[in-house]
Design a binder for this molecule. Structure first.
Ligand SMILES: [Zn+2]
Length: 131
């Protein structure tokens, strides 16, 4: 028997609703390939932490962790930038993802809560955003 360690269908629906069917990083309306990204990674015992499959830790991203196009692979392959923008949270930091601001749609810093909510933390001057 394979133990399911991913988010529940309820949580997946919450995240998809919260992100409005758009990629959290680039804002593209998702019509093709997409995936759920974990901000605090699941591996190495991470799945034992209750917040791993919380909406605060999950993002809708275009592409997949292996497809060359899309944001998911971009996040995985530019880890320092992803950490600076809140897309990756190192497990060693032991932070609650709800406390780590995220650069959402490249336009605003937000905080995600554990119940599928989103709060604007700070609007951003577009000139500040590195492409
Ligand atoms: Zn994207």
């Amino acid at each position: 028997m394979t133990r399911r360690t991913g988010p529940t269908p309820t949580v997946r629906a919450l995240v998809s609703d919260r992100d409005g069917g758009q990629c959290a990083r680039c804002g593209l309306l998702i019509t093709r390939e997409w995936s759920l990204h974990h901000r605090v990674p699941r591996g190495s015992g991470g799945s034992k932490r209750p917040e791993i499959n919380s909406p605060a830790n999950l993002l809708l991203l275009c592409g997949s962790a292996t497809s060359p196009e899309g944001c998911h692979l971009a996040v995985e392959s530019h880890r320092r930038d992803a950490q600076r923008t809140g897309y990756l949270i190192t497990k060693l930091a032991n932070l609650d993802p709800a406390d780590v601001p995220l650069l959402y749609h490249g336009a605003a810093w937000v905080r995600l809560d554990h119940h599928g909510g989103i709060t604007v933390h700070a609007e951003l001057d577009p000139a500040e955003v590195a492409p």
